[in-house]
Write a new protein. Structure first.
Length: 457
C-alpha cells in the first residue's frame, strides 16, 4: 500500500524519491555517524520548498514517521529513522550574499563550507562550527558554537529570519516581526517546530585570520588546563582558543616522533586586525612554549576546513557533553585520568569557549539557555572500525559520568545522543515550559518528533 501511495507522490517532486529498491538507497540512508544503522521506507531528496511541502503533506496523510536531514552530522543520527520517511534537504544548497546589507541567505542543505565559501568572497563570515562539512541547519537551530563565538556570538545570534514548512504544510517566515514566538523557539529549540528551508544570517567582517594549534606533552597537561581555564576568559574577544586532548595524527606536518602520541593542545583563532596579532598573543607567549606549533595567517575558510580530513563521513561516533561554569582542580584530576586514556586515534575531548558576545544575550531571549556558561564541553569517542564501537562508547560514558558532577547540569543540545527527557529539560531549564507551549501551537501532534524532542503534552 505504501508503494502505491509513493507512486502518487513521485510525480509531484522535482527531486528524487529513493526506496529500498533503488540503487541509491544504501548511500541515501546513511548519515555522518557510521554507528547509526536505520532503514527508512523511503528518502525524498528535495529540490525545493515545493518538494518539502508536498512530502510533509504526504507523510501527514499517510500517518508515517518522518525524520528531517540537513547536512547529516547529527551525532545521535536523528536525521534518519527506521521505517517511515526521510525528508533530505541536502540538495538545497543555494546561497545568496547581499553585500549592501551584509547578509547571507542560505538554503537548509548547505554545509558550513557552502555558506562561508560564498560569504568569504565578500569579506564576510557567518559564525558557525569547527568542521566545514557540518550542515548549517541543525547546527544553527541548536546553537552554533565555533571560532567566532567570543567575538560575534552563536550562529543563532546572527540569524535574522528563517523560512519554515510547518507540520500542517503551511509555509511561514519567522523573524523578530513575523511569528516572533516561533523565531524565539527555533533559536536553540532544534527541529521541533517545522522544517527550516532557508536561513537569513547577518554576515560578520572576517576575511583573514591568524590561527592554528599549539600542543604540549601530557606531563604538562595539568599546568596547561589550569592556565587555560584562566587565560581563555581574560583574552581579548578577537582571540578564541579551544582546549583538546588528542592523539597526534601520523602524517605531516607533525614530526614523526610525535605520531600517535597522546598530548593536549589549544587550537587558536584570532579574527582581529593582523597587525595586532603579536599584541593579542602576548599573554599566550608568556606561558610554557608548546612542544609543537603550527600557527599563521590563513583565510577563515581554510581554518574552517582544517580538521575535515581527520573526520570523514562514516566513522563510529559516540559523544556527550555539558556546559561548564568553572573547571575546578578536582575536575582536572578526572580529565587527566581519561584524557591520558584516549581509546583511539580520533577520540578527543574539547572545551569550546561560549563567553564573550554569546554571554551578552539574555538566557530567556532565545531558547538557548546557558548564556552564563564559560565553556561547552564535548567528549567524543571516534573510530573508523565498528569493532571499536563498544570501546569508544564505554570510554565516553565513563568519562562523562566522572566529570558531570562539576558541570552546570545541562548540555549543548547538538552534543547529545538520545539521552532522555530529563537531559533535554536540563538543557533548556526555565525555557522548557515556553518551548512546550510553542510546540503545542505549531506542532500539537508532535509530527516532528525524531529529534531532541520537546513534547507538546
Amino acid at each position: 500500500m505504501l508503494e502505491e501511495s509513493l507512486s502518487k507522490l513521485s510525480p509531484n517532486l522535482r527531486g528524487s524519491l529513493i526506496t529500498p529498491a533503488s540503487g541509491e538507497y544504501e548511500a541515501a540512508r546513511k548519515v555522518y555517524n557510521g554507528m547509526i544503522d536505520r532503514r527508512p521506507d523511503a528518502v525524498v531528496r528535495c529540490a525545493n520548498v515545493a518538494d518539502v511541502r508536498a512530502t510533509v503533506n504526504f507523510v501527514r496523510q499517510e500517518g508515517l514517521t518522518v525524520a528531517v536531514r540537513g547536512g547529516g552530522h547529527n551525532g545521535a543520527g536523528l536525521g534518519v529513522c527506521d521505517h517511515g520517511l526521510v525528508i533530505d534537504l541536502s540538495s538545497m544548497k543555494g546561497v545568496r550574499v547581499d553585500p549592501a546589507s551584509s547578509t547571507v541567505r542560505a538554503e537548509a542543505g548547505c554545509t558550513q563550507a557552502d555558506l562561508n565559501h560564498a560569504a568569504h568572497s565578500f569579506g564576510l563570515a557567518v559564525p558557525v562550527g569547527v568542521v566545514s562539512t557540518t550542515g548549517i541547519a541543525g547546527l544553527t537551530l541548536g546553537g552554533g558554537t565555533g571560532y567566532l563565538t567570543r567575538k560575534y556570538g552563536l550562529a543563532l545570534d546572527n540569524l535574522l529570519e528563517a523560512d519554515l514548512v510547518l507540520a500542517d504544510g503551511r509555509f511561514v517566515t519567522a523573524s523578530a516581526k513575523e511569528n516572533p514566538d516561533l523565531f524565539w523557539a527555533i533559536r536553540g529549540g532544534g527541529g521541533n517546530f517545522g522544517i527550516v528551508t532557508s536561513f537569513l544570517f547577518r554576515g560578520c567582517p572576517v576575511d583573514q585570520v591568524f590561527a592554528g594549534p599549539m600542543i604540549w606533552e601530557m606531563e604538562h597537561a595539568r599546568e596547561v588546563m589550569q592556565w587555560y581555564r584562566e587565560i581563555s576568559l581574560a583574552l581579548p574577544e578577537d582571540l578564541y582558543g579551544f582546549f583538546a586532548f588528542l592523539k597526534v595524527y601520523p602524517a605531516p606536518p607533525f614530526p614523526e616522533e610525535l605520531h600517535r602520541k597522546t598530548m593536549c593542545g589549544i587550537i587558536w583563532a584570532y579574527c582581529g586586525p593582523l597587525d595586532k596579532v603579536e599584541e593579542a598573543f602576548r599573554p599566550v607567549r608568556k606561558f610554557r612554549a608548546p612542544r609543537f606549533e603550527l600557527t599563521g595567517p590563513m583565510p577563515y575558510t581554510a581554518l574552517q576546513s582544517m580538521f575535515d580530513a581527520l573526520y570523514p563521513p562514516g566513522m563510529q561516533w559516540y559523544w556527550s557533553g555539558d556546559f561548564l561554569g568553572q573547571v575546578p582542580d578536582e575536575a582536572i584530576v578526572e580529565h587527566l585520568k581519561f584524557g591520558d586514556q584516549l581509546p583511539t586515534l580520533h577520540s578527543t575531548m574539547h572545551f569550546y569557549p561560549v563567553d564573550g558576545a554569546a554571554s551578552r544575550v539574555g538566557r530567556n531571549d532565545t531558547a538557548f539557555s546557558y548564556r552564563e556558561a564559560k565553556w561547552s564541553m564535548v567528549i567524543a569517542g571516534i573510530d573508523p572500525d565498528p569493532a571499536n564501537a563498544e570501546k569508544i562508547t564505554a570510554w565516553t560514558k565513563d568519562y562523562w559520568a566522572a566529570v558531570h558532577p562539576y558541570s552546570m547540569g545541562g548540555a549543548y543540545v547538538n552534543f547529545m545522543m538520545e539521552e532522555g527527557i530529563d537531559r533535554i529539560k536540563a538543557t533548556y531549564r526555565d525555557n522548557y515550559d515556553r518551548l512546550v507551549e510553542i510546540k503545542r501551537k505549531y506542532d500539537p501532534d508532535n509530527f516532528f518528533h525524531v529529534n531532541q524532542n520537546i513534547r507538546p503534552k
